[in-house]
Design a protein around this ligand. Structure first.
Ligand code: SAM
Length: 286
């Protein structure tokens, strides 16, 4: 196996899908701003993806399922006979099995080489996993996800953009005195939420920009659309969202913008949905 994949596998087996004394995945505590104020906003983001999937079917593929971090991810596949979890991490798959039991099928495998025949899945989700695939194999993973999708079915990839005009100005502004003053006036100090006491081990990730997706998906003729999933990341929320009326207003505004301008904001936020819809064989051939 390639060193990047060994790194990802070991990270998730030894760290990411291990739990803190509070019973939270270390992966979640490491990368998510877990303050209670943000939970309704995150739920709204995750529930948004549901609208793209069929309501029911036979097989739902969860590519890079890991331990299935959030209950909303289980809801995506509720109307399906089986949720098929594929992951490089055995520890993650065991956690998934604890949640899904008999409703799940668990495959220790690589999404760049899916051990399934063509057109078996009625839907797939690939949440925050594709950017952990080696940069030069991500197209292969997209082809596999598309190959195994049934005609007229839809799959959703939740990805991260390497640059977000909304979130990426925060680290720069954080250093400015004016920004510090504005923060002091409008945003009182707040609790940080659960934090890890240990250091986060290195983890391979390579997010491609939107232009890469446009180019490669057009080249291989995979039909896709992009929508915003979440405008902000933890750097933004930790810097600007406080547990007060201003914080709530800002989150409400962000959620409103995401709901009403999903296409326009698809390349401006931190996390997009990349949606693949398989054309029926008739349409592809004509
Ligand atoms: C950030 S976690 C996301 C887990 C889950 N989808 C979620 O959002 O809660 C990334 C997961 O992708 C898995 N992964 C990374 N590369 C993979 C690959 N090539 N094939 C299958 N799984 C992979 C990792 O092992 C890890 O469990």
């Amino acid at each position: 196996m390639r060193p990047e994949k060994i790194n990802v596998q070991e990270f998730y087996n030894r760290f990411g899908w291990q739990k803190t004394p509070d019973g939270l995945f270390k992966d979640t505590v490491a990368w998510v701003d877990l303050r209670p104020l943000l939970l309704p906003y995150y739920r709204r983001v995750r529930n948004r993806a549901k609208a793209f999937f069929k309501k029911k079917g036979d097989f739902f593929l969860d590519a890079g399922s890991g331990g299935i971090s959030y209950p909303e991810y289980l809801e995506y596949a509720q109307g399906f006979s089986k949720q098929v979890c594929v992951d490089l991490s055995m520890v993650g798959l065991k956690e998934a099995r604890d949640k899904l039991g008999e409703r799940g099928l668990y495959i220790l495998g690589d999404m760049t080489l899916l051990p399934f025949r063509d057109e078996v899945f009625d839907a797939f989700a690939c949440n925050h996993a594709l950017y952990h695939v080696p940069a030069d194999e991500q197209l292969q993973a997209l082809r596999e996800l598309y190959r195994t999708l049934k005609a007229e079915a839809t799959g959703v990839i939740t990805y991260t953009w390497p640059f977000s005009p909304i979130s990426d100005w925060i680290p720069m502004k954080n250093k400015s005195r004016l920004f510090g003053l504005v923060k002091k006036i409008f945003f009182s100090k707040t609790e940080s939420g659960p934090v890890l006491v240990e250091e986060i081990p290195p983890l391979y990730g390579h997010p491609h920009p939107p232009s890469w997706f446009r180019q490669v998906l057009d080249e291989v003729k995979i039909p896709y659309t992009m929508r915003v999933a979440q405008l902000i990341d933890p750097v933004f929320s930790r810097a600007l969202i406080r547990e007060n009326v201003w914080g709530r207003l800002l989150l409400g505004l962000l959620a409103f913008l995401e709901d009403w301008f999903p296409r326009w904001l698809s390349e401006k936020g931190r996390y997009p949905f990349i949606i693949l819809k398989k054309q029926s064989t008739d349409k592809t051939d004509s």
